[in-house]
Design a protein around this ligand. Structure first.
Ligand code: SF4
Length: 499
């Protein structure tokens, strides 16, 4: 009897099944700690950064014989690694990566770290962010085109480092030269047999922090996309890798060598603070939980409404809902329960199943909602499909009124710097007016946080943030092929009516 195998599934979901939230691009992690189980430590670090990418995970470990062992595969960190694998990766320096695809599709050849050989030995590179001149860089590197094994911009950065080393440069100048060829967002960790490098692009679009294991001066260093990756292994936070900075941690040296490789104005992605990064991660000296509560307070002052309860859409809407409640005096309640075990590889229900009532991620609590005028706080609206279903579910659960408050301004422009926000023609706020969105979602009222309020809540210099997905002011120019791939509606006149 012939056995028929199923057709391979497409690696990128079709447009109407793409996630209706901005999706984070990656998490990077590195440990330089002779005498420690660096693979295990990196495993835990990646586990803490799992929210930044759930498609693939990988770790490369350097041992004392200048050998590098690499293990990477599709899936969550806990699916890709087990104790047997980690025990087969002894060494003193590890580079780790969690991936969500923004350039290059979701398949194992695009998993990171990227490991390449050079005349100085092998190196491993992990990248968070997105280049906006990848085509140009590929053209610059055309002599190695036949060697490319992936479709990612990260591999291009690695080949630029390899070329510079093989032309005679040492690691530090080679990495600087490669970084100088890149335009866009890139937070990088790069490991060699005896050195760890951490580097951020000139604007510092994606975060990167570092800390130490043991006592200061022990020379045991950890670099992580977010500080929650330090906390999980008991590492002490030392500092951010600054925008435009390269830090060289040399094995055997007590202090890292810090210097700028370029000098540009800081433009941290404000969406990291609103939504992507974990609430226990610290930015500008405080947890994002505190920032998000403050956002809720500003939102309450800007957009008050008469209601009986405030609920947050788990997880990132909850701190803002608590802040909204604190200012208005409207009681906070848990009205939505989230299933936390739905990853990107989870088989999604069909449209028919959804219409039949399958709710995979969020389930409303009728005991809390019935007969209540509800303020529901969410962090953002991208395409509106999830919000619309959520509102219908709240009404099904008995809510008498549903007032939606969004703890960010309207998303009117796509991101090109490492966040998957879909193209502009899929962004509901780029196409419809506030009144039209209100009607489309079926809410009694809808209001967004103002851009001024978002920055006020950050208590930081407003010019230090990238806010392009709210105002179209892109801090880094994109190549035309990149720009035209997503900006379908420019100039976005309708977006102006939301401000
Ligand atoms: S465009 Fe938006 S999501 Fe992208 S980096 Fe800027 S603020 Fe962040």
């Amino acid at each position: 009897m012939a056995v028929k195998h199923p057709e391979p599934a497409p690696s990128i979901a079709p447009p109407d099944e793409r996630p209706d939230k901005p999706e984070e691009a990656c998490g990077v992690y590195a440990v330089l700690a002779p005498g420690q189980q660096v693979a295990n430590l990196t495993y835990f670090g990646l586990y803490a950064l799992q929210h930044r990418g759930q498609e693939s995970a990988g770790i490369a470990v350097f041992d004392d014989d200048q050998q590098v062992r690499l293990h990477k595969d599709m899936g969550l960190v806990s699916q890709v690694f087990d104790q047997d694998v980690l025990e087969r990766m002894p060494g003193h320096l590890a580079i780790g990566h969690n991936r969500y695809s923004t350039t290059g599709s979701s398949k194992v050849c695009n998993a990171q770290p990227v490991v390449l050989n050079t005349r100085l030995g092998p190196f491993a590179l992990a990248h968070n962010g997105n280049l906006v001149n990848a085509s140009q860089l590929r053209e610059d590197l055309r002599e190695i085109a036949s060697e490319l094994t992936s479709t990612t911009d990260s591999e291009l950065i690695a080949f630029a480092v390899q070329r510079a080393v093989n032309r005679g440069l040492d690691w530090d100048p080679a990495i600087r030269e490669a970084a100088g060829l890149c335009r866009g967002a890139f937070s990088l960790v790069i490991g060699t047999a005896g050195s760890l490098f951490a580097l951020r692009d000139g604007h510092g679009i994606r975060p990167l922090v570092f800390g130490h294991l043991g006592e200061p001066g022990d020379g045991q260093w950890v670099v992580s996309s977010e500080s929650c990756g330090l906390d999980i292994i008991g590492a002490s936070f030392e500092d951010d890798v600054q925008p435009g900075e390269i830090i060289h941690y040399l094995q055997g040296e007590a202090e890292p060598r810090r210097s700028l490789w370029c000098d540009e104005p800081a433009k941290l992605c404000v969406f990291e603070m609103i939504y992507f990064a974990r609430p226990d991660s610290r930015f500008f000296g405080e947890s994002l939980y505190s920032y998000r509560v403050r956002i809720g307070k500003v939102l309450a002052r800007e957009t008050p409404v008469a209601a009986d309860i405030v609920i947050g859409v788990p997880d990132s809407g909850i701190p803002a809902a608590i802040g909204y409640s604190q200012i208005t005096g409207i009681p906070y309640a848990d009205g939505l329960i989230k299933n936390r075990y739905v990853g990107r590889t989870f088989i999604q229900p069909t449209q028919a199943m959804r219409e039949a009532g399958i709710r995979v991620k969020l389930n409303p609590l009728p005991d809390v909602l019935a007969g209540q005028r509800v303020v529901v706080i969410d962090d953002s609206i991208v395409r509106g499909t999830t919000s619309r279903k959520l509102v219908a579910a709240l009404r099904d659960a008995g809510a008498s009124e549903v007032h939606m408050r969004i703890s960010s301004p309207a998303v009117t422009h796509p991101c090109f710097y490492g966040i998957d926000t879909d193209s502009q023609d899929h962004l509901i706020a780029a196409r419809l007016t506030l009144e039209e969105i209100t009607a489309h979602l079926g809410v009694d009222s809808l209001a967004y946080l103002s851009q001024e309020g978002m920055v006020e809540a950050a208590q930081a210099n407003s010019s230090h943030f990238c806010t392009a997905c709210f105002d179209g002011n892109y801090p880094i120019a994109m190549d035309d092929d990149v720009r035209s791939s997503k900006l379908m509606l420019e100039p976005a006149g309708i977006a102006a009516s939301l401000r």
